[in-house]
Design a protein around this ligand. Structure first.
Ligand SMILES: [Mg+2]
Length: 166
């Protein structure tokens, strides 16, 4: 009972924090559509949303969301210690821990997630472009990778399911 309650709190908080940081389920589902429509021309938005929802029920995904967003928020408030503060605040290119954290999400549905992740990380469509806009004053060093990783994992899940239906 206690375990179930704490799990629910984790998921609820992770979902709230995504919203507070300006990311909706639909934003992530748009990325899934972007990644998968060429393979599944009849793909519907509700199917993309469903797969994002399923990814968000995973504990390792919730942990990555909470950890990454917490660091972004502290960076934004300049509450980290140097030299980490400057690294996270400017989204220093050689840092790479944001991507490593995102890999714990990509990993959940197997290795094809990595290809999807690399692809959208390079093109930065939709919400990823907004999160990378440095003029907003917000710090999304971790969140952009987390959102890309959730979309990649949801795409992998969708692809696996589609294959088993054929
Ligand atoms: Mg990043």
């Amino acid at each position: 009972m206690k375990d179930k309650e704490s799990m629910d709190l984790l998921e609820k908080t992770a979902r709230n924090w995504l919203l507070e940081r300006g990311v909706t389920i639909e934003d992530i589902a748009d990325l899934v559509m972007f990644l998968q429509k060429k393979y599944h021309p009849d793909l519907e938005m509700k199917e993309c949303i469903h797969n994002v929802e399923r990814v968000l029920t995973k504990r390792e995904v919730q942990n990555a969301i909470l950890t990454g967003i917490q660091l972004d928020k502290l960076g934004e408030k300049k509450m980290l210690e140097e030299p980490l503060q400057a690294i996270i605040e400017v989204d220093e290119g050689l840092y790479g821990v944001d991507e490593i954290l995102a890999f714990s999400i990509v990993n959940v549905y197997g290795s094809i997630g990595f290809t999807n992740y690399g692809y959208i990380d390079k093109l930065k469509p939709g919400i990823l472009e907004r999160l990378n806009d440095k003029s907003t004053g917000m710090c999304h060093t971790f969140l952009d990778d987390i959102v890309g990783a959730i979309a990649a994992a949801a795409s992998s899940r969708l692809a696996h399911r589609a294959k088993h239906q054929d």
